[in-house]
Unconditional design. Sequence first.
Length: 319
Amino acid sequence: MMINQAVTLLQLRALVATVDHGGIAKAAAALGVAPSAVSQHLSLLERAVGITLLERQAGPVAARPTAAAQVLVEHAREVLRRLDVFGADAVRLRDEQLGHIRLGCFMSVGARILPRLLVEVRRRHHAIAIDLVERDVDEELVEGVISCDLDLAFVTLPLRPGPLASRELLVDPHVLLVPADHRLAGRPAAPSVADLAALPLIGFRNDSTEERRLEGVLRSHGLTPRVVLRTDNNLAIPELVARGLGVAVVPRLTLPEQMVDDRLAVVPVPPETIPPRRIGLCWHAERHLGRAAETVIQIAQDVCGPPVDADVGNDSVSP
């Protein structure tokens, strides 16, 4: 069936907001407009498609979305999503002349990989300008890519389903950080899952990817971790361990390149005990990946080297 009247983006946004928020008044608040404006957009959309989209009740704005609206809203979401991609690519094509890239990263990448990357980008392609966006939670970086707020982002792989593409850069093994005089510091045998579960752990925040990974491994063996303290401050963890407040299982990249604190010992954790963290760059799969972004990806690959296990004792991201 052909629609004989124009359907506007304002009408589609009104439909999505009304379905998402369950009514016109809340949709209007979310959109920052008057309820009468949302009601008018929906009435015009009903007229254009010839289908009732609202179950009207007492009052001009007291209405709920119909079953038909619940179906059509998915098409509206797709149109609006593609429009966001259109707009992001338009900005990218404009910025391509300036070599402008919005790059997201998390703390350990920002401390270890990013400085080398920025130096190499400036040395090889000084015209490329990088705006850094730092986030504590990996999922926020993925959302930034999907929403087109970021051109590229360092993330932990694998990615969740979505319009995403990626390139793996580095495999980051886990280590056990203990006081230098700890019984596990000099033991030849690597720590087992049972060993880790019995230790007083300094963990990351409950909603962090790393905490879910570690606790998931322990619970899969029927073990409950003994978490005595939580923090997302990578710089604080070594000091907390050195002062005897607990031990920590962390990705190697979260620690300084050279551990010079003689109060601490770094014990390798085998990949069969805790799977290593896989780090990569991701981008929106449906967007045009311009030359500046492709250049940054290639330089990141050169800086990190082949995606093999990082050296626990030395520099883990040297080319």
